[in-house]
Design a binder for this molecule. Structure first.
Ligand code: PRP
Ligand code: URA
Length: 207
């Protein structure tokens, strides 16, 4: 069974209060989302593998530790894009893949319209999407990276709910889930309650 980590650091909680507020505009929403993404990355990377290396300081040679594996960030378009800069600030060498999905408004099933990935088999892959609602989009995207050989995969989101977590744990028990908040439930049209509304629309100013 995968692990669910809710990063409830006080700074994350404070920034979540900004994100949830319906009065928050696009600029502040985007900034807070990226800041939270950076803070979550600190927690995700806590157990990244490192290996020994040598560097020479201005004084003498010494032993240091460096990250062993490449990291690939895979945002689910569109809303996942809002987390990329925050994660990239923490892991600047990360490569980026993209998977374009939208939820059919009637069936709530994900529909793919784009996919492009760097080499995945040896990398730590972070599948990124702020909203884990039914879990259909996240599960689809994880299947897509597994088909391209990814083995070490984590899901990085902002707000989850029991339905989305259950779907991911059933479909992908090997993929740990990192969130900033775990909400109560889904409403009858598939939105997270209390949630933050439509993340893509709030991020990009669309309706
Ligand atoms: C939203 C969100 C997730 C998905 C989550 O995307 O960004 O990708 O819904 O829902 P699920 O867990 O039920 O699949 P949306 O379809 O609104 O597309 P957008 O990001 O382009 O706005
Ligand atoms: N997508 C969103 O943007 N918000 C939700 O609450 C659910 C899916």
């Amino acid at each position: 069974m995968s692990k669910v980590v809710v990063v409830d650091h006080p700074l994350v909680q404070h920034k979540m209060s900004i994100i949830r507020d319906y009065r928050t505009g696009t600029k502040e929403f985007r900034e807070a989302l990226n800041e939270i993404s950076g803070l979550i990355t600190y927690e995700i990377s806590r157990n990244f593998e490192t290996k020994e290396a040598k560097v020479t300081t201005p004084i003498e040679e010494t032993t240091v530790r460096v990250l062993t594996k490449d990291v690939v960030i895979v945002p689910i378009l569109r809303a996942g894009l809002g987390m990329v800069d925050g994660i990239h600030t923490m892991i600047p060498t990360a490569k980026i893949g993209h998977v374009g999905l939208y939820r059919d408004e009637t069936t709530l099933q994900p529909v793919e319209y784009y996919a492009k990935f760097p080499d995945l088999p040896q990398a730590t892959v972070l599948v990124v999407d702020p909203m884990l609602a039914t879990g259909g989009s996240a599960s689809f995207a994880v299947t897509a990276v597994k088909k391209r050989g990814a083995k070490d995969i984590r899901y990085v989101g902002l707000v989850g709910c029991p339905e989305g977590v259950a779907r991911m744990q059933q479909d992908h028990p090997d993929v740990d889930i990192y969130l900033a908040a775990m909400d109560a439930r889904l409403n009858e049209v598939g939105y997270i309650v209390p949630g933050l509304g439509d993340c893509g629309d709030r991020l990009f100013g669309t309706k």
